[in-house]
Design a protein around this ligand. Structure first.
Ligand code: NAD
Ligand code: DAU
Length: 352
């Protein structure tokens, strides 16, 4: 048996594959288009590994995906591949709809064609796990209860609208074609290998570079942070024991205002890599123009996955952030490699 992971050269996908190879005996085929966010080097610990096959290609390439499904006897697809950065979706929505909607449709078509040719028992056992986000639910008021699997979809950004559309497509394939699908809606991840366009690695990278630390608006927006390793264990759990046709909301029960998170990162850096001039990294914080349509608060109620599947996060936010800061300090060469060329252009335009 083999699984197909899409987007496995990105942040969560790479963490997932590294964990998968370390914790199971099952081979994994990794299909990734290597966009700006994909980095083959994220998988370098697996170079030459017998149970990891990297294929550079697009999930929208239906013949390629059909060939991979057939020739590797794939029993499950875990779909991480997506355009994932909200600010980029605001600057230019089209790639988000091309990948997260149209290419995902082609992926689903490849799977539909493949399972149509399987024996009934194999078709019954086949799983399609779609990795989605809490952003599809829109925004919460400060005192509103956290998102659950029953919360209506109200996406506010082009990114979240494209992810919502993909969730609806997966649901429709389950209802219409009998695809044994699972959807996970997860909150903000942080940890090793995250591309430094996202808040946590962006702040660490810019702080060390002596640059201003941009906090959007008043910085009082709330996110519910989850360590990436805990997200990966949740996905393994849902793949193994989740009820086909179900969705699971996943979160770390770690709600925090952005400004508090940024201050915490600055304090961690003060302790580990003090500024040469003896001043505090927090002095680099600047409140900048807010993100248009900025969702004020996300929070996840993860009771269902806890109750039905026995999953809970293992990492506390404090330890997870400390380990993440340590990882970035120990892997400055990795950051340097991926913050050249196109990355610099993006930062110049976004934070001009
Ligand atoms: P990422 O941007 O770091 O990685 C995305 C990966 O997908 C990259 O390797 C990229 O090359 C690949 N990719 C993009 N388009 C592709 C295509 N057409 N075909 C094949 N590969 C393609 O994203 P991430 O943060 O690792 O997120 C992974 C998934 O998890 C996404 O679907 C995202 O919506 C979801 N998610 C992310 C978070 C988070 O906090 N990062 C939280 C919840 C859900
Ligand atoms: O909630 C899950 C989502 O989390 C995922 O679906 C997305 O793929 C992922 O990118 C993330 O989206 P966010 O928009 O919440 O993450 P980001 O790291 O871009 O921003 C986190 C918060 O920090 C958000 O409120 C915006 C704010 N922010 C972000 C950046 C990049 C700043 O204040 N300054 C910044 O420079």
């Amino acid at each position: 048996m083999t699984i197909l992971v899409t987007g496995g050269a990105g942040f969560i996908g790479a963490n997932f594959i590294l964990d998968w190879v370390a914790t199971t005996d099952e081979p994994v085929v990794n299909l990734d288009a290597l966009t700006y966010a994909g980095n083959r080097g994220n998988l370098s610990p697996l170079d030459g590994h017998a149970r990891h096959l990297f294929v550079e290609g697009n999930i929208g390439d239906q013949p390629l995906v059909e060939t991979l499904l057939r020739t590797h006897g794939i029993r499950a697809v875990i779909n991480f591949a997506a355009e994932s950065h909200v600010d980029r979706s605001i600057a230019g929505p089209a790639p988000f709809f091309e990948t997260n909607v149209m290419a995902t449709l082609r992926l689903l078509e490849a799977v539909r064609s493949h399972i149509g040719a399987l024996a009934p028992a194999e078709r019954e056992a086949f799983r399609f796990l779609h990795v989605s986000t809490d952003e599809v639910f829109g925004t919460l008021e400060p005192d509103e209860p956290a998102f659950t699997e029953e919360t209506p979809y109200r996406p506010n950004s082009p990114y979240s609208a494209s992810k919502a559309a993909s969730d609806h497509m997966v649901r429709a394939y389950a209802e219409t074609y009998g695809l044994k699908a699972l959807i996970t809606n997860c909150s903000n991840n942080y940890g090793p290998l995250q591309f430094p366009e996202k808040l946590v690695p962006l702040i660490i990278h810019r702080a060390l570079g002596g640059k201003e630390l941009p906090v959007y608006g008043d910085g009082r927006q709330v996110r519910d942070w989850l360590y990436v390793g805990d997200h990966c264990s949740a996905i393994r759990t849902v793949l193994g024991r989740g009820a086909p046709g179900s969705t699971y909301t996943i979160g770390g029960n770690n709600q925090m205002e952005n400004i508090a998170l940024v201050q915490q990162l600055c304090a961690q850096l003060d302790a580990r890599r003090p500024r040469a001039d003896g001043r505090r990294y927090a002095e680099q914080i600047r409140f900048v123009t807010d993100r248009p349509g900025h969702d004020r608060r996300y929070a996840i109620n993860a009771d269902r996955i806890g109750r039905d599947l026995g999953w809970k996060p293992a990492m506390s936010l404090e330890t997870g952030l400390r380990q993440t800061v340590d990882w970035y300090l120990a892997n400055e060469a990795w950051v340097e490699t991926i913050t050249s060329g196109a990355y610099r252009d993006w930062v110049r335009r976004q934070y001009a």
